[in-house]
Write a protein that binds this ligand. Structure first.
Ligand code: S3P
Length: 169
């Protein structure tokens, strides 16, 4: 348990960052985020990487990050970008926790955030709602199939979410 990483996966806007911060507060675990690692490796924002290099380049960076995590990181809470679940070595990195919500629940959550516009701007794949809905429907069963633990987070108190996750690790 002490050396095990916890990996949070789930769709954009589901609250991976929020849950990660709450787990850190409760458990004192060290935390990292794959998008943050990529942004510091590239010294530019995800949005810029997508614009300038395109998605396949970004996915290669995610793959590199996944290998680095497997070999170098222990006992850490790892929050991930919404497409990181595809990494082949995901389970070798740690216990995979899927934060589950309906697409409507995610949109409600984003729209009710005080910085809603900013949240949308930062996420290139959320710009087109029809395409985002399609992506959600494609991914929902895949998230579930790679997860060790599935936690329904929709309309649930953050304290309860943290308790459910830490109780199952
Ligand atoms: C992506 C989700 C984003 C980010 C990138 C691609 C995806 O992270 O990694 O824009 O493919 O779902 P968040 O899930 O933190 O928004």
């Amino acid at each position: 348990m002490k050396d095990t990483n916890i990996i949070l996966i789930g769709f954009m806007g589901v609250g991976k960052g929020t849950v990660a911060r709450a787990i850190v507060e409760e458990s004192g675990m060290y935390a990292i985020d794959t998008d943050d690692l990529i942004e510091s490796m590239e010294n530019r924002k995800i949005k810029k990487i997508f614009e300038k290099e395109g998605e396949p380049y970004f996915r290669e960076l995610e793959k590199k990050t996944a290998l680095w995590l497997e070999n170098n990181v222990k006992g850490t809470l790892i929050s991930t970008g919404g497409g990181f679940y595809k990494q082949e070595n995901l389970k070798k990195i740690g216990k995979v926790v899927y934060l589950k919500s309906s697409f409507k629940g995610i949109l409600d959550r984003i729209n009710s955030a005080p910085n809603a516009k900013n949240k949308l701007r930062k996420r290139p794949l959320l710009k087109d709602l029809k395409a985002a809905t399609k992506l959600f429907n494609e991914r929902a069963p895949l998230y579930e199939s790679v997860a060790d633990i599935v936690v329904d987070v929709e309309k649930k108190d953050i304290k309860l979410i943290v308790k459910e996750i830490l109780g199952q690790i």
